[in-house]
Design a protein around this ligand. Sequence first.
Ligand SMILES: C[S@@+](CC[C@H](N)C(=O)[O-])C[C@H]1O[C@@H](n2cnc3c(N)ncnc32)[C@H](O)[C@@H]1O
Length: 351
Amino acid sequence: MRESSPMNAGDGAYSYTKNSTVQRDAASGVKDAIKEAIMENFDIEKVLGGLTTFTIADLGCSVGPNTVFAMESLLETVEHKCRQQGLEDREFQLLFNDQIGNDFNTLFAALPQPRSYFAAAVPGSFYGRLFPCSSVHIAYSSFAIHWLSKVPDELQRKGSAAWNAGRIHYSDDSSEAVLEAYADQFQRDMEAFFRARAQEIVPGGVMVIVVPAVPDGAITFSGGVAFRFLESILSDMVKEGVIEQDQVDSFNVPNVYPCVKDLRRVVERNGCFEIVKMEFGEVSIGKVEPENSIMIIRAIFEGCMANHFGAMVVNQLFVRAMQNKLQFAEILNSAGIQGTISQIMVVLKRI
Ligand SMILES: C[S@@+](CC[C@H](N)C(=O)[O-])C[C@H]1O[C@@H](n2cnc3c(N)ncnc32)[C@H](O)[C@@H]1O
């Protein structure tokens, strides 16, 4: 299975480390609700079953710093709960998972020193098994499961009804075949994701998921205007002979933004988790300047675009994006998406 490309490495100007404030604010907007759900629905003594080591895993952690904020916030909640239950002598292990190409060095170099937990990297795809059976007490994943394991095959077959000519993603006006190809891949991936987690999370353990999303019945993700913006720049680059039309037609971002109904169906089909909370909401991310938005989009998608178009073309694409930042500001304003992001927060309990 070919992995989707990880986020931009290191801590330079174009890195995910320096350009991931939207994801940080989105996750911190639901931090208190997650804490509350864990405090109310989690019995540490029961899930530990006599063990002294408590394990928390982050799936799709990237290079930081967001994973560190999220994991330390979960740890704080668990420590609080431990004190409440009179379990003061526990040890904590934080497992940071991402694809093998992720820059784990940057992440581990930035972990606080000294720290009150053991830390380890677990490289590999979360669409397969990552941890031993019944070994994880809390699994967390933020802004990661919307990444498919691969671009759906049908989208890459020229002549297929799902050939996504001129487009790099989907929206309301995409053909049925394109929408179906994305939806089927998401369904298959989610089945694999939940199958693996059901084996790894202990009975009574918790899984928390935060994912960019759409309201029930909607198709187009509000942030999808960014794809339309990139499509228009790619189209100019085709007209100028910098790239071929076929290169654009055969490139598709492997992301699906689900609705509550989609996720509920997956959880119910899997049958191993009770839904404690599953809520769609618009979370405030403050005012994001168009320049910052372009840097964030670059930190996320540069890797997967460079795999397809080559690094030089993608550099040129983002240089052009910056030159057109005022046009992007207008697009963002007319879409009315300045200041919030739509997402689903899920808290599940392993039965
Ligand atoms: C947008 S980043 C989110 C990072 C971090 N959770 C945050 O909120 O800032 C998505 C991460 O998911 C990872 N990812 C995507 N598909 C994955 C897979 N199949 N297995 C593990 N990680 C994956 C990517 O490599 C990337 O680091």
